[in-house]
Design a protein around this ligand. Structure first.
Ligand SMILES: Cc1ncc(COP(=O)(O)O)c(C=O)c1O
Length: 365
């Protein structure tokens, strides 16, 4: 058969490797009860207020959403205290990352810059757009070397991605350090601060730079509804940026990438302050508990400002990962991040966290 005529670089792509699903593990191990602590989802599930709004919005599924979802952007803008013209809502923050990579760097001239390891979507979407990704290796501590990042930026660095707090380490730097980095970047470079996990930083105000975007046209902040707001499956995220840049993104974004149900869910989620407060309490308490227990078990957890913890078990990580799978607990191996000896666990409910620790203790015994 003739070979397909496609861009040869696309043939080199491998499919995204997601966390293993509950159904898959139930079938593979014949288990009825499986818990998933692998994808940094909300341990409390979907807010009841959002569920009710979704039930009421279900009859709207035949309609196209309003292009660019201006009502949602206005509600987000009110919520975070910026001008609505600075907000672009997308099909997850993944979509905003993709749009920035396709809108800002000039193919053949520019590149984007990030640490290594970094969130895989920066890599895949850069490659897909034909834009080189340059990476500054993180030191063994996984703390950010912002001097090295600033030194690596040139006049052809169109975007710098900084994940704060970082995934998978949970490490975070204060807002002042991020602004200092911005001040040291070349004049045309945009700093994109991916704050997917900043809702769990303690205190959040110490770390977020969202309030600074209005004063800094070269600063972009990304947020998501997938974690704190429990809407990972509906796909909703947003970017806050200079109005001129937001306008350009909205011109090329597929018009209905945020669907009517995601829009309604987002509006309801912003109103449900009780769910957000409860999520924050459960995650911060669970994170402290897991940190203490993982330390007790000799697993060297990294201090984390996110809703997950990275740890290095005293037995081979792959063996521990599979032993936990067999006991119905899915966590995340970090081999795909180039760290085969490390594992990452999302903070669960108090009961899930206790169960994980009980099983881990047996596996390590
Ligand atoms: C650092 C980081 N940025 C962005 C995202 C994407 O979030 P969304 O679900 O909004 O596309 C994730 C999801 O895991 C993430 O870890």
């Amino acid at each position: 058969m003739d070979r397909l005529c496609v861009r040869p670089e696309v043939e080199a792509f491998r499919p995204y490797v997601p966390g293993r699903s509950i159904e898959e593990i139930q079938d593979q191990y014949g288990l009825s009860q499986v818990i998933k602590m692998a994808s940094n989802e909300n341990p409390l599930g979907t807010s009841p207020v959002v569920q009710e709004r979704l039930r009421r919005a279900a009859p709207l599924a035949f309609r196209y959403a309003q292009a660019g979802t201006p009502r949602l952007s206005a509600a987000i803008a009110r919520h975070v205290g910026v001008d609505p013209a600075m907000v672009v809502a997308g099909n997850g923050s993944d979509e905003i990352i993709d749009l920035l990579i396709r809108v800002v760097p000039r193919p053949g001239e520019d590149h984007v810059l990030a640490f290594r390891p970094c969130f895989s979507i920066y890599e895949t979407q850069s490659r897909f757009a034909g834009i080189p990704l340059r990476q500054v290796p993180l030191p063994e501590s996984l703390d950010f070397d912002l001097d090295a990042l600033a030194a690596a930026a040139t006049e052809h660095t169109a975007l710098v991605f900084l994940t704060n707090p970082d995934n998978p380490s949970g490490h975070a730097v204060p807002a002042a350090a991020v602004l200092d980095l911005l001040a040291r970047l070349p004049r045309r470079t945009l700093l994109v601060v991916d704050e997917a996990y900043v809702d769990f930083a303690d205190p959040m105000e110490h770390y977020t730079v969202l309030a600074q975007v209005a004063a800094h046209p070269r600063l972009v902040v990304l947020r998501t509804f997938s974690k704190m707001y429990g809407l990972a499956g509906l796909r909703l995220g947003f970017g806050v940026m200079a109005p001129e840049l937001a306008d350009l993104l909205l011109r090329v974004k597929l018009p209905f990438s945020v669907n009517v149900l995601a829009e309604q869910a987002g509006l309801a989620a912003l109103e449900d302050e009780i769910f957000v407060e409860e999520t924050r309490r459960v995650v911060l308490e669970g994170r402290a508990y897991l940190f203490e227990e993982l330390s007790r078990l000799g697993c060297s957890p990294r201090p984390s400002q996110a809703n997950f913890l990275m740890f290095c078990p005293p037995k081979p990580a792959d063996e521990v990962f599979h032993a936990l799978l067999g006991r119905g607990i899915i966590i995340r191996p970090l081999a795909s991040y180039g760290m085969p000896q490390w594992l990452r666990v999302s903070v669960g409910t108090a009961a899930e966290n206790r169960l994980l620790i009980r099983h881990l203790e047996e596996v390590l015994a």
